[in-house]
Design a protein around this ligand. Structure first.
Ligand code: GLA
Length: 399
């Protein structure tokens, strides 16, 4: 008997390498990188935290305020990391306290290598010291990047930081950011809470930016790279197709499509814009509660591409209580008319054992962007889907 207890404890401690019970739905928040890159300081972060509250984004679910690269100063004589004194003169603890006082959570950034992607000190060889400092500062979320890693093995490097966080004894979401190059979906679920699946997003709907290894990708390119990954996502660990570019200049239709598709993917919703100057249009996209509810559905099932016809993709996502989200995505430059024959609409999601058969079960149909009920599945319906836009529906079972 004692042997069994000792043995099972050993197995547990080998597998439970991260804080459990976090990110049971995809994390939501804001990150400094997409808009500010290295042009970030404590005043800006405080003002953004204020704006998350005053705009209603906090009420909509945006919770984590994350400073990305470039907050760092030097390591002190004992090797502990410090903040850049010019950009963060009050120190990180004061900023973290301020963010917590707003009822929000605080996130920070480092890299597993000797330096970060912007050349600041990385955590390699300092993992336990850094996790200790983050815990003292009240950090709730660590984005852990992959620059400066030379020949490091990704899985081992992320286990080291996950163990360091456990040792520091403060629950933190660990965001694995090695751009999908070592297939983190295959090993990340006991180590981190989300993992980037691709290189960086670029602020465009349908383009690739850059050359060689340092390409960044438009919204459609990133969407295409999510193929085959849905079985790896579940409550507590998510595929991360990168942060949102909503509010950084795309037209409203493309913002709506970007947001809808990230919600269909059960992606983390980390906004990356200047919330202090957000337009009402962008706010309405980021805060549509019915669309957010699709992302945050407690089943945590990632959606899938069901059909493609004439540049219009039909995506489906199973939701709680045998409901479904259905999105028509028009990738072309012209408006498309799509007719759905609801009377005989059949879907078999064998991976999650979810089915639609409208011959035996009728559904109510709601348009979640127009916020109107548009009927039931007892007849065909025509949809006009504008260019680079979506029609997004939720189907709920009729009695
Ligand atoms: C990498 C990451 C980005 C961002 C930058 C910061 O490129 O993928 O999301 O964190 O580093 O330098």
């Amino acid at each position: 008997m004692p042997f069994i207890i000792v043995f099972s404890f050993f197995v547990l401690s080998l597998t439970a390498q991260k804080f459990q019970g976090l990110s049971l739905t995809p994390p939501m928040g804001w990150n400094s990188w997409n808009k500010f890159a290295c042009d970030i300081d404590e005043k800006t972060v405080r003002e953004i935290a204020d704006a998350i509250v005053s705009t209603g984004m906090k009420n909509a679910g945006y919770e984590y305020v994350i400073i990305d690269d470039c907050w760092h100063g030097e390591r002190d004589s004992l090797g502990f990391i410090t903040a850049n004194k010019h950009l963060f003169p009050s120190g990180i603890k004061a900023l973290s306290d301020y963010i917590h006082s707003k009822g929000l959570k605080f996130g920070i950034y480092s890299s597993a290598g000797s330096h970060t992607c912007a050349g600041r000190p990385g955590s390699r060889g300092h993992e336990y010291q850094d996790a200790y400092m983050y815990a003292k500062w009240g950090v709730d979320f660590l984005k852990y990047d992959w620059c400066g890693t030379d020949k490091l093995k990704a899985e081992g490097a992320y286990i080291t930081m996950a163990e360091a966080i456990i040792h520091a004894d403060r629950p933190m979401i660990l965001s694995i950011c090695e751009w999908g190059i070592n297939k983190p979906w295959e090993w990340g679920k006991e180590i981190g809470h989300l993992w980037r699946t691709t290189g960086d997003i670029f602020n465009c709907f349908d383009c690739v930016n850059g050359l060689g290894e340092w390409k960044s990708y438009g919204v459609m390119q990133i969407l295409d790279m999510q193929d085959g990954l849905r079985n790896y996502a579940a409550p507590g660990h998510w595929n991360d197709p990168d942060m949102l570019e909503i509010g950084n200049g795309m037209p409203k239709n493309e913002e709506r499509a970007h947001f809808s598709m990230w919600c269909m993917l059960a992606a983390p919703l980390i906004s990356g814009n200047d919330i202090r100057n957000i337009s009402n249009e962008t706010l309405n996209v980021l805060c549509n509660n019915e669309v957010i509810a699709i992302d945050q559905d407690p089943l945590g099932i990632q959606g899938f591409k069901f059909a493609v016809k004439d540049s219009v993709e039909t995506w489906l996502k199973p939701l709680l209580n045998d409901a479904w989200a259905l999105t028509l995505l028009n990738r072309s430059k012209t408006i498309k008319n799509v007719s759905i024959d609801w009377e005989a609409f059949m879907v078999n999601d064998s991976l999650f054992n979810k089915n639609i058969n409208t011959l035996t079960q009728k559904y109510e149909i709601r348009d979640v962007w127009k916020k109107t009920n548009i009927g039931t599945t007892n007849k065909s319906i025509n949809f006009a889907v504008p260019s680079h836009d979506v029609v997004m529906l939720v189907l709920t079972k009729t009695q």
